[in-house]
Ligand binder design. Structure first.
Ligand SMILES: Cc1cc2nc3c(=O)[nH]c(=O)nc-3n(C[C@H](O)[C@H](O)[C@H](O)COP(=O)(O)O)c2cc1C
Length: 272
């Protein structure tokens, strides 16, 4: 190696190579990949906590929206303080004595010790397993329950839809339904986010007078003269599979294997 080459150093020598040299191409490509991967991983690590905080804020925003408490430019954290967050044991339908702020239902659903596996007959929502405990949100007025918001999730056509269903104080009349995460096709299954479609859920009755679960998303439009119209919601046109998925997931979460026992307990408490 000449003295001149030594002075140029490794990078200098690489840059001196002709542009069509395979050695130069490979080294430049490698260095470019290295720099980009360092940038991407640094951004992922640095922004992780911000992403988590933003996701939590988005969930709170959705809960406020479904209950009609979201105001333009309002302080989400302050408004969310109106909710009492509780954990329900789904099997007994009773409140579990654990700190709701330290419980992560989504994480628990993947932990065999904290979740149950669903049989194919039970698993109409296509979720495989569900956490034994569920986090719910209660809105009170004069110490009486005014609304209760329950988390729901299940498979549509392309993705798992995550959202909430809110009930009024009779634990039967639906106040609203809203998804905060899914990957259904915009304009087709993605119409689950359409405010016009979501509005239809308001006032629907999930259960009939005998306590049987009746709510469903039908194919086509609901004729208000049809029997049981108070339990039916229009299907999304061109998105029968997503509509069926939503109907199934709502039926799973309100059914005997999920929030059914809790809702039954609360309905009888509300009637007495
Ligand atoms: C690119 C593409 C995206 C689609 N996305 C959805 C969707 O998100 N949800 C859905 O139910 N159907 C979707 N479909 C349509 C389904 O394949 C299927 O045809 C439809 O659910 C049948 O509904 P219909 O009987 O109301 O037409 C999509 C179709 C195509 C070609």
């Amino acid at each position: 190696m000449t003295d001149n080459n030594k002075k140029r150093g490794f990078f200098g020598r690489i840059l001196d190579l002709p542009n069509d040299s395979p050695k130069k191409t490979i080294i430049v490509a490698f260095l470019l990949c290295l720099v980009c991967s360092i940038l991407v991983s640094t951004a992922a690590v640095v922004l992780k906590s911000k992403q988590v905080a933003n996701k939590e804020l988005d969930i709170k925003k959705n809960i406020l929206a479904i209950t009609g408490l979201l105001s333009d430019g309002g302080d989400i954290e302050a408004a969310f303080k109106q909710f009492e967050v509780k954990v329900v044991d789904l099997e007994s339908g009773l409140y579990a004595d654990i700190d709701a702020s330290s419980y992560d239902q989504r994480k628990a659903s993947g932990d065999p010790a904290l979740s149950v596996e669903l049989t194919s007959k039970q698993d109409i929502a296509g979720i495989g397993r569900r956490a034994k405990l569920a986090t719910i949100y209660i809105l009170k007025e004069d110490s009486k329950i005014k609304q209760v918001i329950l988390p729901i999730h299940g498979y549509g056509l392309w993705s798992t839809l995550y959202g909430f269903i809110a009930f009024e104080s009779d634990f039967n009349t639906i106040k609203g339904l809203q998804f905060y995460a899914h990957a259904e096709t915009p304009g087709l299954g993605g119409e689950v986010d359409n405010p016009k479609w979501r509005k239809q859920w308001q006032g629907k009755k999930a259960f009939d007078q005998d306590g049987n679960l009746k709510i469903e998303v039908i194919r086509g439009h609901v004729d208000f003269k049809m029997a049981g119209a108070e339990h039916k919601v229009d299907g999304l046109s061109g998105a029968t599979l997503t509509s069926k998925g939503v109907s199934n997931l709502v039926n799973y979460w309100l059914g005997d294997h999920a929030f059914g026992p809790y809702l039954k307990n609360m309905r009888s408490a509300a009637e007495n």
